[in-house]
Design a protein around this ligand. Structure first.
Ligand code: SF4
Ligand code: SF4
Length: 492
């Protein structure tokens, strides 16, 4: 195998969007995905980002086949999540499993994957935890660099950068959080920590709102995509931007964007000035803080930038981005869907952008109610699905990190779990083995285990899984899906 250990290309290949259309087109789709990877390598892309579950779980096998067909150098990631109860040995085995899935015996970049806050960082670096597993892999030559991907507030990301533990950090950075991320980037540059960037186009919302982001262009010939990518690459701390490309054309556009030569300092300064003076965005100046009803107005308004831009399109994606942004940047969750604003207007009087805050806050709470994102709604959902039925034993499906997070949310709301938990999954490789502290069971064991209900926690495939196991209803086992159609995912 060939893995490059030096020099990352400014555009990296994200592997979460390979276009697998249907089981009937699988072979052709697989071949197209392999060819896209080979094409990227030929065009000089040498950083490939992959994680478990990417492209519906097919990304590893696509890469395995692409690597078999190429002799080019590449940097490749191994990304491992941090969970309570897992040991150094569990993480180590998980990394080896991922390498094996790609037909590799080593990789270049190990990432502590999706650190959400300082608490999780602390857990990850505890003795005998995920970070120690990374060190062991590095000492054995199985990985070269140790980094972290973070979904944290910018002040917590600065802590990660300053920790001295990581050679690189993968962050979400784009025109919507451009101003507040400058402090992170400046500190990373000073500390010689490489920054890799995900989500440079904010999930597609930037190109979908071209007229609003035209300001990012330095000359008339630049497309909004090019301007957005160049804005991100302009800071010297940024070494690579991940392009989630599904086609050659998309990849080509990213590559064209990275191929430019201008005054980067001027570009950053121009953008900072424009965003600060913009009438469309909340710039997070925080003059509207100190709401008498304790509403975190600056934080909600800043995260709401994405809702203001959606313009009726991609509504659910924008809503999810809003909640994620509020959580990642500010650590804010909604306790209830009831809007506490009394309309005193003092926030609007202070707003430097003259934004219509009272109306915006009301809209936000309407969305919270619709998508059941608050604690009260979640309590009601758990009461409806589980607690009101007085189940003694509940099975959760699938045996995934997502299910563990849902169990954590339950514990956080109710203090403890008053029923026995079993984990179920369709993957026969997991059966009889321990995952997240539970033995994973096949559905055939549900009745003999005395399970009263199976709750499906998959956000994307809940109803498909329900169809596959609903026959258990005939054996006296309730089969239920956690999420309802209007929901957004409760975690990320
Ligand atoms: S108008 Fe509403 S959000 Fe603004 S300060 Fe008054 S109570 Fe808070
Ligand atoms: S005063 Fe206006 S621009 Fe400043 S943080 Fe509040 S809403 Fe945003």
């Amino acid at each position: 195998m060939n893995t490059a250990f030096n020099g990352i290309s400014p555009i990296g290949l994200g592997t979460g969007r390979f276009p697998f259309k249907s089981p009937e087109t699988f072979n052709a789709d697989f071949e197209a995905a392999v060819n896209l990877v080979l094409y990227a390598l030929e065009r000089g892309v040498n950083y490939i980002d992959v994680g478990k579950g990417y492209s519906n779980g097919k990304a590893f096998s696509v890469l395995k086949e692409a690597f078999r067909r190429t002799d080019r150098d590449y940097n490749i990631t191994v990304k491992v999540n941090c969970f309570e109860k897992l040991t150094l040995e569990d993480y180590y085995k998980e990394a080896l499993f991922i390498l094996n899935e790609m037909g590799l015996d080593r990789a270049t970049h190990f990432l502590l994957w999706t650190l959400m806050d300082g608490v999780q960082l602390k857990r990850a670096v505890e003795k005998g935890g995920l970070y120690d597993a990374a060190l062991r892999l590095k000492s054995e030559g199985k990985v070269k660099h140790i980094g972290a991907s973070v979904h944290m507030r910018h002040n917590e990301i600065i802590d990660v950068v300053e920790s001295g533990l990581f050679e690189f950090v993968l962050i979400s950075y784009n025109l919507l959080n451009f101003l507040e991320m400058q402090a992170v980037l400046d500190r990373a540059y000073e500390k010689n920590v490489d920054i890799l960037v995900m989500n440079p186009l904010y999930g597609g919302l930037i190109p979908q709102n071209e007229s609003l982001f035209e300001f990012a262009g330095m000359d008339k010939g630049e497309t909004v995509v090019q301007a957005a990518i160049r804005a991100v690459l302009a800071h010297p701390a940024v070494k690579c931007v991940l392009a989630g490309a599904g086609t050659r054309a998309q990849l080509d556009e990213y590559l064209l964007a990275a191929n430019y030569d201008d005054d980067r300092v001027k570009r950053v300064e121009k953008l900072k000035k424009h965003i600060t003076e913009s009438k469309n965005f909340c710039t997070y100046c925080q003059y509207c803080a100190d709401c008498p009803e304790k509403i975190p107005v600056p934080q909600i308004m800043n995260a709401r930038n994405v809702l203001a831009l959606q313009d009726g399109r991609a509504a659910n994606a924008a809503e999810k981005n809003f909640f994620q942004s509020l959580h990642d940047k500010f650590g804010i969750e909604f306790e209830s869907y009831e809007n506490p604003c009394v309309g005193c207007g003092q926030c609007e009087e202070k707003c430097t952008q003259r934004l219509n805050i009272v109306e915006s806050i009301a809209e936000v709470y309407k969305i919270v109610r619709k998508v059941s994102y608050d604690k009260v709604s979640r309590r009601e959902r758990f009461d409806e699905l589980i607690n009101s039925c007085c189940y003694k034993k509940v099975g959760f499906w699938p045996a995934s990190g997502g299910t563990v997070k849902i169990l954590d949310i339950y514990k956080n709301i109710f203090g403890k779990i008053p029923f026995e938990v079993e984990l179920f999954d369709s993957n026969a490789d997991f059966h009889g083995k321990e995952k997240f502290g539970y033995i994973v069971r096949p559905k055939e064991e549900a009745k003999s285990l005395g399970v009263d209900c199976i709750l499906i926690t998959s956000f994307n495939y809940g109803n498909i899984i329900k169809e596959q196991i609903k026959y258990l209803g005939g054996e006296g086992i309730d089969v239920k899906v956690l999420y309802k159609p209007d929901d957004v995912d409760w975690w990320w």
